[in-house]
Design a protein around this ligand. Structure first.
Ligand code: ADP
Ligand code: MG
Length: 673
């Protein structure tokens, strides 16, 4: 067996489990070894039966005196055993596991671990984990140690994993060759690979478990950064990049023509971009800024500079409507300076003769011929994929690339995930913008909030009420569901008002229908799931109410809040919470004070971790196996080391094992396009 051997050939795995493992992305022996526990159960200390107490998790080592399975009146199985360890006896009970009598026979020495409770008026180990004591005196794997607990998904139990992993580790633990250069392991005092893999699964003690985790987190971030930096370098070294001349005087004239002054943040971003395009290495930059922070003008300035150099630009948006909007904006900014702006949409042909061509993302793959493409601006595609860049390069064009997004990605996260991009952030809103008044609403104030809403609606405004779920859920009894809440609000709270319902189970056409009715004021309140998070513009809606708001990330709440305040009227965001912890309350209160997406995303990252920022994986933020994106120091560290190693040896000729590992990883850093 090799580490690349498919898991279905691992002893006692079999095709059914191989399929389950595949769902978790585990295809090879190596993948399985890299499937880590998320915590350990401390079952190290064996206690005497005479000492144990009700309610505790007890570990007992004794002999089975008696074991039998009974059928209960309800046709279920009950397995009862008596265990003695010299200090006393205790009963053990299992439900519906009659096969246990096959494993545990009278007289066997066994370790049990389970909660002690009362059963038929006797102290009893309830459904304990059990493991026959080995004759060779070696430790068990399910008891008498720090026992690894794995995320239990896809029908794979921790017990199953432990019993498959242990023999694998015995085979591989001294065959894993460390691919990290020895200087790094030495100076960073990292555990070597074999030891780390062994200790992460079956640690000898807490300290070694921590050291294993450190090493593996280092390795994970290090590999991601190396990959990103290599991609970045390759792009930079592409042939055909153009260094453009920046005519400051002409740029100033353009700025003077604007009805406003750039914010300091916009100004800084413009400088960063213009510096990039004045260099020969092609730019690959991400411009981040909240909706309304003024990204378009920043991009337009860059396109103007490209025009002054006699080159073309293109600007691409996710939808035709947005493309049309960009076309209007860019034309009105630049036409009077002689720039010819064209629009290409599905229905409309482009002009042959353009300096800037605006269109949808499809533009790039269409047949449009660019005379000399100097800059690509992409709105809301999050990042321009590696594949598309390779495509362009093949066509012999290496334009500068500027990607724009309103998704707030904290810097540490961007550094790691998008390490091949440079980052500019507009972290400031233009002056005079009215902030959306935000309040956390506890149970006692719910009725007041409803009357407040009623008054606003009477004066002609509209409201959203967002619920976290579509249908009522058994497991999440605290979270309100859109369907049920819709009925309750319509019948009990707002019988005189007209309510609409929008959720993700509706077909696209039905959703459009509901939204256009809302826009036409066919109803006053739209009850919805978070599907309204993006891209909906209804200027007359001034109130955003969010139910069970503690279930959302702050950045996600911010995106919801951005659905109101799009007209000229004062707008409000009311965050309902019912049964909450003091921390949840404190976290939500942050929304009352902070009005910038990037700040809220940073706070999310610090308090909840990367997976929680955007609700689901919808934004393509991968799950890390072990590293944490909140560990800024480790991110910096691995970054610096990765940069240094590539600087000396870009092809990694001196580190062939590392190179081979890098080529093999199924990089979690997938392009989320
Ligand atoms: P986004 O970042 O969402 O793409 P836009 O570029 O569409 O934002 O800008 C939103 C609005 O703000 C536009 O009407 C734009 O003209 C205006 N705007 C941009 N920059 C400024 C500024 N510095 N001061 C005032 N208004 C600005
Ligand atoms: Mg925009």
């Amino acid at each position: 067996m090799e580490i690349t051997t498919p898991v279905n050939r691992v002893p006692r795995v079999g095709p059914a489990y191989a399929r389950r493992l595949e769902k978790l992305g585990i295809k090879t022996v190596e993948d399985l070894l890299y499937h880590f526990p998320f915590r350990y159960e401390d079952l190290t200390k064996v206690q005497s039966i005479s000492e144990i107490q009700y309610g505790q998790l007890a570990v007992i080592k004794g002999s089975v005196w008696q074991i039998k399975s009974l059928r209960t009146r309800y046709g279920k199985f009950l397995t009862l055993a008596t265990v003695n360890d010299g200090s006393g006896t205790i009963q053990a009970v299992w439900f519906n596991q009659p096969y246990i009598t096959k494993n545990l026979k009278n007289g066997l020495r066994v370790v049990f671990a389970g909660k002690v409770d009362d059963f038929n008026h006797l102290p009893t180990l309830m459904s304990p984990e059990y493991e026959v004591v080995r004759e060779d005196g070696r430790k068990g794997i399910h008891t008498e140690r720090l026992v690894p607990v794995y995320p239990e998904t896809a029908g794979i139990s921790s017990k199953w994993l432990r019993s498959r992993l242990k023999p694998l580790l015995d085979i591989f633990s001294d065959r894993l060759i460390d691919f990290l250069p020895p200087e790094i392991t030495r100076t960073k005092k990292l555990l070597d690979l074999s030891e780390s893999i062994r200790q992460i699964h079956f640690p000898d003690n807490v300290d070694l478990a921590r050291k294993a985790r450190e090493r593996l987190a280092f390795e994970e971030l290090f590999l991601i950064q190396l990959n990103a930096l290599r991609r970045k370098e390759e792009w930079k070294k592409s042939q055909g990049g153009k260094a453009f001349k920046v005519d400051e005087k002409m740029v100033s004239e353009l700025l003077e023509s604007l009805p406003f002054e750039l914010t300091t943040a916009q100004d800084r971003c413009v400088k960063e971009i213009l510096t990039d395009i004045s260099r020969k290495e092609p730019m690959n930059r991400l411009l981040e800024g909240d909706v309304g922070s003024g990204k378009t003008i920043v991009a337009a300035i860059a396109m103007y500079v490209i025009y002054l150099n006699g080159f073309q630009s293109t600007m691409m948006a996710p939808t035709e409507i947005l493309a049309q909007q960009h076309f209007k904006t860019v034309s009105s900014l630049l036409s009077s300076f002689g720039v010819k702006v064209g629009l290409q949409t599905g229905s409309k042909k482009w002009k042959e003769d353009f300096d800037i061509l605006v269109g949808t993302h499809a533009l790039l793959s269409s047949k449009v011929e660019f005379k000399n493409l100097g800059l690509i601006v992409i709105d809301e595609q999050h990042r321009f994929g590696v594949a598309q860049r390779a495509d362009l390069r093949q066509k012999g064009q290496t334009p500068h690339i500027l990607t724009m997004t309103a998704t707030p990605i904290p810097r540490t996260m961007a550094l790691t995930l998008y390490g091949d991009l440079n980052l500019s952030v507009i972290d400031e809103m233009p002056q005079g913008r009215i902030k959306i008044k935000t309040y956390v609403i506890t149970k006692e104030k719910r009725e007041d909030a409803y009357s407040f809403l009623k008054n606003k609606v009477k004066s002609g405004q509209q409201a959203f009420i967002i619920c976290p779920l579509i249908e009522p859920s058994e497991t999440l009894s605290t979270a309100r569901s859109a369907k049920k809440e819709f009925g309750r609000l319509q019948n009990e709270i707002f019988p005189d008002l007209k309510l609409g319902l929008l959720h993700g189970q509706l077909k696209a056409k039905e959703k459009d229908e509901v939204l256009s009715q809302f826009r036409d004021k066919k109803f006053d309140i739209l009850v919805a799931t978070p599907v309204v998070e993006v891209g909906i513009d209804i200027p007359n809606a001034t109130i955003m109410m969010v139910e069970t708001s503690d279930r959302f990330g702050l950045a996600q709440l911010h995106q919801l809040r951005g659905r109101v305040g799009r007209g000229t009227q004062e707008s409000f965001c009311l965050l309902f919470i019912e049964n909450y912890s003091p921390e949840a309350y404190k976290r939500l209160k942050v929304m009352e004070r902070h009005h910038l997406g990037i700040e809220l995303a940073e706070i999310d990252l610090q308090t909840r971790g990367p997976g929680e920022i955007y609700g689901t994986a919808q934004h393509g933020i991968p799950n890390f196996k072990i590293a944490s994106l909140t560990d800024a120091r480790l991110i910096e560290d691995t970054r610096i080391i990765a940069e240094k190693i590539l600087e000396d040896d870009f092809e990694l000729q001196k580190a062939p094992l590392l190179k081979e590992r890098l080529n093999r990883i199924s990089s979690p850093n997938v392009s989320p396009d």
